[in-house]
Design a protein around this ligand. Structure first.
Ligand SMILES: [Zn+2]
Length: 504
């Protein structure tokens, strides 16, 4: 039996960034799962709250499932995860608070409003008096419905997200503050009808720095508890996709004014959010760029099939288009790194270096934009995994280009990338002999930047297409910039109802 005064806080969470425009489905096995004490131990609660306060709370780890960037979640697999989170929470008994560690861009195949549905079930279990505090990624959608289901939420201020643990800390510290104060905060929420890809919302450049980092100082104003600015997530056809602002606090006037100001600043800058790279364009323009012989090595990102944003990593469009224009790459050694094609990798491993494979590669999951690339291919090299997991990649040559085939969808890196966080399946490869390296990500990662003498972001088709005009949106809330222009946004803050008073 627990002492009457011991505060009980449950921890749960769910994180996936699902692009529904890919054909790649996420399954239960794709999630990393933390439960019970291992989940509680994930958070440095004593550092965040002080050892004494952290120890005064009974922390209950229920379940947290995380999968990074993927396609939509298969419905049965999602239902199994949700059921386990909810049933563990129910089994925990009455709790004073819940900390929800959420990404916010999930999508179950054939459904919408994943996070809203999960929070609705969490709220049903814990009741209206319980304080629910949620941290999110700004590239999640923070709808009015979601904001109404929680009592506190915040999000990273920086993109790239150097502050993702600081955001979680703020959620937990503010949850404690709310519980100790015995009063739920007011929430001022605004939908901003702008939809930007992450590639346009970096805070390492303007206007992202001014727009998003303004949240930090604004959170220090009297009467304000916290501020959050969400960019939203575009790669799902849902009515909730949009940017949003929420300011929480104790003074209605202060939070509504602050929210309005942050939202207005975002709206006013909407035309200025650009892809910050010297060279970008279609794949045809990427080939023109190569043909113009800029300094080598030339790194090109195939951004429409970005495996770090959830695409399938097997789209062959850039290879196919390149083979049709051999003069553009004449005299240059080109590597496409890589194509997710485990069967071709197995065939290469079985045949060995020097063997000739008479088979096609790629376009296994996604053949919408180009078919598999026909052989014959010579096996040039096999790449061993660094965790004893066997061969993770093979480099193949068709006499015009090299293609590395990989076992899993994973960011491709060079052998000497100092920023790399290796994980099983990671392909390490010596790139020093190549003039052109094509990778399946959006912005270059720092290690790639360091190696590139020239860079080009190719706006290719695929599951993470950066050209929104090519995406089949039907459900999107309209008007929405940049799909619509020349309209006035209604940025009036909504003071959302407080779910319930805390029990006296
Ligand atoms: Zn993000």
């Amino acid at each position: 039996m627990k002492g009457a005064q011991v505060m009980r806080i449950a921890i749960c969470g769910f994180g996936i960034e699902s692009t529904m425009f890919t054909l790649q489905l996420a399954h239960y096995r794709d999630f990393v799962i933390f439960k019970e004490d291992a989940l509680v131990a994930r958070y440095p609660l004593a550092d965040w709250l002080g050892a004494e306060k952290a120890a005064s709370v009974e922390w209950i780890g229920t379940m947290y499932a995380f999968a990074g960037a993927h396609g939509p979640v298969a419905p049965d697999d999602y239902d199994a995860i949700e059921e386990e989170i909810v049933s563990r929470l129910r089994a925990a008994g009455p709790v004073d608070g819940v900390y929800v560690d959420m990404h916010g861009a999930g999508h179950v195949q054939g459904r919408t409003h994943l996070e809203e549905g999960l929070l609705r079930r969490i709220r049903d279990v814990v009741g209206d008096d319980c304080v629910i505090s949620m941290s999110m990624d700004p590239h999640g959608n923070f709808s009015e419905e979601l904001a109404s289901l929680i009592d506190f939420s915040t999000t990273h201020r920086h993109s790239p997200h150097i502050d993702n643990w600081e955001t979680r800390r703020r959620s937990v510290v503010n949850l404690m503050e709310i519980l100790e104060r015995g009063e739920k905060p007011l929430k001022a929420w605004i939908r901003i009808p702008v939809l930007l890809p992450g590639e346009r919302s970096a805070t390492t450049a303007e206007p992202g720095a001014s727009v998003f980092l303004a949240a930090i100082d604004a959170a220090k104003r009297p009467g304000v508890l916290d501020t959050g600015i969400w960019v939203g997530f575009a790669w799902a056809d849902e009515d909730r996709n949009a940017a949003a602002v929420m300011v929480t606090g104790w003074d209605a006037q202060s939070i509504t004014e602050t929210a309005a100001e942050l939202a207005q600043r975002f709206w006013d800058a909407r035309e200025e959010f650009k892809i910050v790279i010297d060279h970008s364009g279609s794949w045809s323009e990427a080939l023109d760029f190569i043909a113009s012989s800029p300094p080598t090595p030339i790194w090109i990102s195939d951004s429409g099939d970005n495996v770090t944003a959830g695409a399938s990593g097997d789209v062959t469009y850039p290879i196919t288009e390149t083979l049709a224009r051999p003069e553009a790459i004449a005299g240059k050694k080109v590597l496409f790194a890589g194509i997710c094609d485990p069967d071709t990798l197995d065939a290469a491993v079985a045949a060995g270096v020097g063997a000739i494979l008479d088979r096609s590669l790629g376009a296994i999951v996604d053949s919408r934009f180009a078919p598999p690339v026909p052989g014959p291919w010579t096996v040039v090299e096999l790449i061993d995994g660094m965790f004893g997991e066997g061969m993770v990649g093979a480099v193949l040559d068709n006499g015009m280009v090299h293609v590395s085939v990989h076992r899993i969808r994973i960011k491709f890196t060079s052998l000497d990338d100092p920023t790399l966080h290796p994980r099983p399946g990671q392909v390490w490869h010596d790139l020093s002999s190549y003039d052109v390296i094509v990778v399946k990500n959006g912005y270059m990662f720092p290690g790639q930047e360091a190696l590139a003498a020239s860079k080009f972001m190719a706006l290719t088709p695929g599951g993470t297409d950066l050209d929104f005009d090519r995406l089949p949106f039907h459900e999107l809330w309209r008007p929405m910039f940049p799909m619509d222009r020349n309209f006035e946004a209604d940025l009036t803050p909504k003071l959302l109802p407080v779910t319930a008073k805390l029990p006296a």
